[in-house]
Design a protein around this ligand. Structure first.
Ligand code: GSH
Length: 221
């Protein structure tokens, strides 16, 4: 298949879009970027995926929602030198475990806190937001222990889909509910992710939109 056939519906400031963008940038995969700053792109997205969540990739007429599925598809249909899904099934399982961890236990509670903050005051869910903070603290603690074996990336020595998930998840999670200084491994890993060129590029492309962050973007990163 030809990479020029790829069309990505995404917004540069969105964490799940950055996850897919990192995968595309890692392998220099060419694609047509339909930014959701554009009204027409929003209408096209709604027609392709009525759930209207992004990113969505279109490859030769096939619609692929969900950042992990997009990355899995790229590995199958447009492989490059950086193997984001390891060839060995056991290694791939570890990558998928860590990918689920970052989506479900870092991004999901992080988004819960942010979305709660933009609800009308009378509709806020303080109990749920507090549960999300507790979940983030538990996830940071578990990750800190997991990284203590000296691994460079989330699933071992190789950069993988799990790191594509981790980079924006930890980036915004620290802005939302600060990672305690005691979790030195998590802080060091977050810094390694920020230094990775594919993610540094995504962060730079998102810089003009920092005013969109409902809790107020800190003056760092
Ligand atoms: N499970 C989806 C989540 C995608 C998602 O939640 N995207 C956010 C942007 S980061 C979104 O579409 N937000 C729009 C909305 O909530 O209306 C994935 O992995 O791609």
């Amino acid at each position: 298949m030809d990479s020029a056939s790829l069309r990505l519906y995404a917004h540069p400031f969105s964490s799940y879009c950055q996850k897919a963008l990192i995968a595309l940038y890692e392998n220099d995969t060419p694609f047509d970027y339909r930014t959701l700053e554009d009204k027409n792109a929003n209408a096209e997205l709604a027609a392709l995926w009525p759930l209207k969540r992004f990113p969505v990739l279109v490859d030769n007429g096939r619609t692929l929602p969900e950042a992990s599925i997009i990355i899995e598809h790229l590995a199958l249909a447009h492989p490059g030198p950086v193997k984001l899904i390891p060839a060995t099934p056991e290694d791939a399982l570890e990558v998928r475990l860590m990918d689920r961890f970052f989506d479900n236990y870092i991004s999901t509670p992080q988004q819960k806190i942010v979305f709660d903050s933009i609800r009308p005051a009378e509709s806020r869910d303080a109990y749920g937001a507090n549960e999300a903070r507790t979940m983030l603290d538990a996830a940071y603690r578990w990750l800190d222990q997991r990284l203590a074996d000296g691994r460079e990336w989330a699933a071992g020595a190789q950069f993988s889909m799990a790191d594509c998930a981790a980079a924006p998840a930890l980036f915004y999670a620290d802005w939302t509910h600060a990672i305690a200084p005691a979790f030195a491994q998590v802080h060091a890993y977050r810094r390694r992710l920020l230094a990775r060129p594919s993610f540094a590029r995504a962060v730079d492309e998102a810089r003009p939109f920092r005013a969109y962050f409902p809790l107020g973007a800190p003056d760092r990163d």
